[in-house]
Design a protein around this ligand. Structure first.
Ligand SMILES: Nc1ncnc2c1ncn2[C@@H]1O[C@H](COP(=O)(O)OP(=O)(O)O)[C@@H](O)[C@H]1O
Ligand SMILES: [Mg+2]
Length: 310
């Protein structure tokens, strides 16, 4: 089972759009996908379920917030599978592929504060144990999923911050996917993100040394997938090409494929509760957008396979 965190410090760069479409295409190809919406904004959740349905059926006890709340209350949370829902999009999938979802909750924002109160301790030893407990819980739960063989891949859509919830996702992940816009501030952000991930990994692993039984973590960056690309004569406009080259020079791998910018096509999809890649296309632009997403998923699968061989 692959475990991938989709992350960028910046909001509005296309993380959720990339996650939803990657899930859609992988499931269409027959993969069993589990999506976990870790962002309090719940955009991924509302790309697959209506706010009414969420309010009626999921809000009270079927979100990742309920799972984290159990931890804040000092209880052992139920297995993640108890929080999984099956959105309507599955009607459009054939074969054995599926998209399951653990919804987010607007109140997830407060979970960070609650979890932070569990940090610290009477001595350094205790503080380090608590650090591992608070940051490693999701990892433990996802390892439990791996044993049950229900899913081929878990995709976690992260919020645009580096709080405890986000750190849980990174600690739990084996691979990291970074959606980004090719512009100046995003390029700076990727460098910063890369360093923060390395610091977190080092900190966690230093603490693990004290705690027998916890394995060290080694999340690998799969690459940067560029989004909102403006196409001119079949290629990204020159200003964007410049930032793509700059990102490559940061030493972070990048995907050759990209998501082009198309407000009409991308902004309607969440409301239809179906990612763009699964929609019937009405015109040639839509067809181009879909083939570009398919090309990205081809590349994504090839990169995963390559990493697996190493
Ligand atoms: N390739 C794209 N072209 C045009 N608009 C996009 C594209 N990808 C995402 N958007 C729009 O940009 C906004 C932010 O996208 P989203 O995927 O929610 O980003 P994030 O998860 O990083 O905050 C949304 O309104 C979405 O519809
Ligand atoms: Mg998002």
């Amino acid at each position: 089972m692959e475990i991938v965190a989709v992350i960028n410090y910046k909001g509005g760069v296309g993380k959720t759009t990339v996650t939803a479409n990657l899930a859609g295409e992988l499931a269409y190809r027959g993969e069993r996908v589990l999506l976990i919406d870790m962002d309090a904004q719940a955009s991924l959740t509302f790309s697959f379920v209506t706010p009414d349905k969420w309010d009626d059926a999921y809000k009270a006890s079927l979100t990742i917030k309920s799972w984290f709340d159990a931890i804040s209350e000092g209880k052992e949370p139920a297995p993640l599978t108890d929080y999984v829902i099956s959105p309507d999009v599955n009607r459009f999938l054939k074969n054995e592929g599926c998209i399951d979802l653990i919804c987010s909750h607007l109140g997830l924002i407060n979970v960070d504060l609650e979890l932070a109160t569990l940090l610290g301790g009477v001595n350094l030893q205790q503080a380090k144990r608590n650090y591992i407990k608070v940051h490693g819980k999701l990892r433990e739960a996802i390892s439990g999923l791996a044993n049950s063989d229900d899913y081929d891949i878990v995709l976690m859509d992260c919020p645009p911050n580096f709080n405890i919830v986000t750190k849980n996702a990174i600690v739990a992940s084996e691979k990291i996917l970074i959606p980004a816009k090719p512009d100046y501030l995003s390029t700076l952000g990727i460098d910063y993100l890369h360093r923060s991930v390395n610091e977190l990994v080092k900190e966690f692993n230093d603490y693990v040394d004290l705690d027998n039984g916890t394995e060290k973590i080694k999340p690998e960056i799969l690459g940067v997938i560029f989004t909102m690309i403006q196409i001119n004569s079949g290629q990204p406009i020159s200003a964007q090409r410049q930032f793509i080259s700059q990102t490559k020079r940061l030493g972070v791998p990048t995907f050759k494929s990209y998501f082009r910018e198309n407000k009409t096509i991308f902004s309607d999809a969440p409301q239809n509760l179906k990612p763009v890649v699964l929609n019937y296309y009405s015109n040639s632009t839509h067809a181009d957008v879909v083939s570009e997403i398919e090309a990205f998923v081809d590349e994504f699968e090839a990169v995963l396979e390559n990493k697996g061989k190493k």
